[in-house]
Design a protein around this ligand. Structure first.
Ligand code: 3H9
Length: 705
């Protein structure tokens, strides 16, 4: 790093008797090595200059400091370390004030807590979100936060990763004052001058005593148990509680040493790798070729065709993002149901005290029900969410083509149908795109943006802009049966079926998948979604299925009995008296046994590890095919699809990152071994073979331009 670069990321300027230290390291003032060096040098400068009586630390741009530079983790450490910098700030013999006007997160808040006084402006956001990255606050945060805000509140802040606004931070004891305005230099200088005028002492957080230690320790015991239960399988939350315990039990410096040791353990954990991969991957998915090639079209008025569960969820998403929405249904009864579906969401919020009647009325004022396509001639963007049938959708698009103004974006929410064929039903295929929302659409973060052959770049850019306004995580996908997510799902679901027929019970499979970190196993998901949906798809595909391909009939036998899962009280599990958690069903096991007998299968045992090896190998292999065919732009797009739409455990980073961590040679060896039993199903993806031959991993493709 050159001297000029070091100088530019941390600037100092004396204003009267206050040395203003400005961190200017776009985009978020992360604490990279140059910033750490600059901060330390600024403190030395202040100590050495007799004209300086106080130091003011501020951030340039929108943030105070967003934390350590996450990109440096896993790289060789470069001095000074952030804990050293924080200690140096705290030890300063002159008053140090931090003025916070934006995000002060992780290491950023740790810098602020090492300062002697803190003032927050209205847009400040304070938090210790390291837990979301598999880490703990490692620059004194676990020792200083309990001293400033109390043991319970500090542990809560670190375990939740939540951000506090200026007033909440003041109430919590994290800041000393809330100032008005947006200029941290003005607010900070005013505060520093007042402190100097009042002869305020240098006040070090490390010197604050933690009161009532026995009570605090008892609270921590309870919290440790609760955390172990709630964050099942996660490494850093337990370590955070240990650090807070050290803050109570040990002198400050010993507490810091304990924090350091546990921080390094977190840093070295695979969970840290997985979670940081997820953080960056979610930001990368929006970087697509079309966004560079074209600007989004302007849009404000949206139409949603269909008022079922999906249409209503999309409508709520659009209303929440501030758009006007016209919902179109085929008749009065259907539109009444559609409107009721929308209102039900808001009424639920009102019942929970999270929305007022007035707020609901204000949102619903932007909603217009209609039973005529002619009412949407003015809209800028249409999202079709009708029955999943190609002919039905084509008919809708013919109507849209007839009524919509030129330049309107026409989107379909299909989850697997051929969007090129839908686009061909119109005279304007350049305006037609896929927007695959996930149910419930107002809650689920994933939005697969499916790009058909003839769509123009500005329509793709518009879809990404819509995702941003709706606070969704967009992933660009190509057209194929099931796009990225459902295509891969179909394959690993098949493997689950094979294992069931070969000897593992559905309950053992679900348990192994949950132990891996999923909230639910595949058979539980089937019961939740409704077995009839998959059954209909299987019947539809029966004619085109390869007669040589293995086909497991257990699910069909279950559906034939009318057992469609939770909604019918019975599926793979039994749901007695409307229970939402199912119980294993001996009759299902008998059906599985009968199918095995029919096929002449002698059941064998599967360990949870064997189950997951097959499950993941199938997922990764199909993921590699999806990347190779250009259905997903990069492996990270597959990762984000599964993290935000399919419950893949975030700390494992997504299926492709997981494969990288296991090692691609291992995954390929597994696939080749399984291929001995069923070569038709287990065909190694050529991309996987190529990467292994070249000694590369999937991540090397994420970095390629
Ligand atoms: C830590 O502090 C550990 C310490 O306790 C101990 C150390 C010893 N580093 O999100 P955005 C990039 S751990 C590097 O789109 P927004 C981001 O990738 C850290 N880069 O903007 C993106 O880059 P690009 C604890 C970072 O306005 C760009 O900045 N802190 C970092 O929606 C804009 O980001 C956190 O976990 C970083 N720390 O949201 C906070 N942060 O343009 C993490 C962001 O190339 N950050 N980038 O895609 C955030 O929560 C949000 O970024 C923030 C802004 C709220 C700040």
């Amino acid at each position: 790093m050159s001297i000029e670069a070091k100088a530019s990321v941390v600037r100092t300027a004396r204003q009267g008797r206050v040395l203003v230290v400005t961190i200017d390291n776009p985009p978020v003032n992360a604490l990279g090595v140059a910033v750490r060096q600059g901060l330390q040098a600024a403190v030395e400068q202040a100590e050495a200059d007799a004209a300086v009586q106080a130091v003011l630390i501020v951030g340039a741009g929108k943030a105070f400091i967003a934390g350590a530079d996450i990109r440096e983790f896993g790289q060789p450490a470069q001095p000074p370390s952030l804990p050293e910098v924080c200690n140096r700030i705290e030890a300063c013999g002159k008053l140090v004030v931090a003025a916070i006007h934006g995000p002060a997160l992780g290491g950023g808040l740790e810098v602020a807590m090492a300062a002697h006084y803190r003032v927050a402006l209205p847009a400040a956001k304070l938090g210790l979100p390291e837990v979301n990255l598999g880490l703990l606050p490692g620059a004194g945060g676990t020792q200083r936060a309990p001293r400033l805000m109390g043991v319970r509140a500090a542990a809560g802040l670190m375990l939740s990763g939540q951000h506090l606004g200026a007033h909440a931070a003041f109430d919590a004891g994290l800041v000393d004052r809330v100032a008005q305005g947006t200029d941290p230099v003005a607010a900070g200088l005013q505060y520093a001058e007042e402190l100097l005028a009042a002869n305020a002492p240098v006040r070090r957080t490390r010197d604050i005593a933690i009161g009532d230690k026995p009570a605090a320790l008892a609270e921590l015991d309870a919290l440790a148990a609760e955390t172990a239960k709630k964050t099942r399988g996660l490494f850093s939350p337990g370590k955070i509680v240990e650090c807070v315990r050290a803050a109570v039990e040990l002198p400050f410096d010993e507490g810091l040493a304990r924090e350091r040791a546990l921080f390094v353990q977190c840093l070295d954990s695979p969970q840290r790798q997985g979670l940081i991969h997820a953080f960056f991957a979610e930001r990368e998915t929006a970087k697509i070729p079309e966004a560079k090639a074209a600007a989004p079209r302007t849009f404000a008025a949206i139409a949603v065709i269909g008022g079922g569960t999906m249409g209503a969820g999309i409508t709520v998403s659009a209303l929440d993002a501030g758009f006007t929405v016209t919902m179109v249904e085929r008749d009065q009864d259907s539109i009444a149901r559609g409107q009721a579906n929308v209102e039900k969401v808001y009424d639920g919020l009102i019942a929970k005290g999270r929305m007022s009647q007035d707020a609901k009325a204000a949102v619903m004022a932007r909603y217009t029900p209609s039973i005529s396509y002619d009412d949407i001639a003015h809209v800028d963007l249409v999202i079709e969410a009708v029955f999943e049938d190609l002919e039905v959708k084509k008919a809708v698009f013919k109507e849209l083509d007839r009524v919509c103004k030129p330049g309107a974006v026409l989107a379909t929410n299909t989850s697997y149908l051929d969007i090129d064929a839908i686009a061909a039903a119109t005279a304007r295929p350049q305006d037609v795109i896929g927007l695959h929302f996930f149910s419930p659409a107002n809650i689920m973060k994933l939005l697969e943006i499916v790009v058909p052959a003839k769509v123009s770049a500005d329509v793709v850019a518009t879809a990404f802009e819509l995702a941003k306004r709706m606070k969704k995580i967009p992933v660009r996908a190509g057209v194929c049966d099931g796009f990225i997510g459902n295509r891969i799902l179909a394959v690993y679901k098949q493997v689950a079926d094979y294992m069931m027929e070969d000897g593992a019970s559905p309950y053992e499979i679900d348990e192994a998948v949950r132990a891996f970190g999923y909230p639910m196993g595949p058979f539980q998901v089937t019961d939740l979604a409704g077995g009839d949906i998959g059954w209909a798809t299987r019947k539809r595909r029966a004619a085109t299925r390869d007669p040589k391909a293995r086909y497991v009939e257990v699910a069909d036998r279950i559906c034939e009995r009318g057992w469609f899962g939770q909604k019918t009280g019975r599926g793979f599990y039994l749901y007695a008296n409307g229970a939402r958690t199912g119980m294993p069903d001996p009759e299902v096991l008998a059906i599985v046994d009968a199918e095995r007998a029919k096929k002449g299968v002698t059941p064998r045992k599967f360990t949870p590890e064997e189950i997951m090896r097959r499950y993941m190998a199938a997922m990764v292999n199909e993921g590699a095919k999806v990347v190779e065919e250009g259905i997903a732009l990069r492996p990270l797009d597959v990762d984000v699809t599964f993290l935000s739409g399919y419950g893949f455990p975030r700390h494992r980073g997504g299926p492709m990152k997981y494969a990288d961590m296991v090692g691609l040679p291992q995954v390929l060896a597994d696939i080749r071994a399984f291929a001995q039993e069923d070569p038709l199903f287990w065909k190694p993806a050529p991309l996987l073979e190529k990467l292994v031959a070249e000694g590369r991993n999937f991540d090397s493709l994420n970095k390629a331009d």
